[in-house]
Ligand binder design. Structure first.
Ligand SMILES: [Ca+2]
Ligand SMILES: [Ca+2]
Length: 109
């Protein structure tokens, strides 16, 4: 799939603009502005599978680093501290990776 099949390109551009500087990425703000927070649970899980590069069923820190680039290929990488706080925001069971349910719960929290 392409991310613009499920989200508006304008909303994605607006969300990326809000976090264009390093260490300004705030997960909940990004989910709101991009429209992700308004999507159904099954749509959010489609986006999860799209972000899960190696199709392992989990997002690890290496995949989270490139989170923004899954929305727009020219976007920046997340910094180490942004990657760690994104992981911490979702990783409810503390296994160091984000499953589809954890991702969906974070988006809708
Ligand atoms: Ca993965
Ligand atoms: Ca987890």
């Amino acid at each position: 799939m392409s991310i613009t099949d499920v989200l508006s390109a304008d909303d994605i551009a607006a969300a990326l603009l809000e976090c264009q500087d390093p260490d300004t990425f705030e997960p909940q703000k990004f989910f709101q502005t991009s429209g992700l927070a308004k999507m159904s649970a099954s749509q959010v899980k489609d986006v999860f599978r799209f972000i899960d590069n190696d199709q392992s069923g989990y997002l690890d820190e290496e995949e989270l680093k490139f989170f923004l680039q899954k929305f727009e290929s020219g976007a920046r990488e997340l910094t180490e501290s942004e990657t760690k706080s994104l992981m911490a925001a979702a990783d409810n069971d503390g296994d160091g990776k984000i499953g589809a349910d954890e991702f969906q719960e974070m988006v809708h929290s």
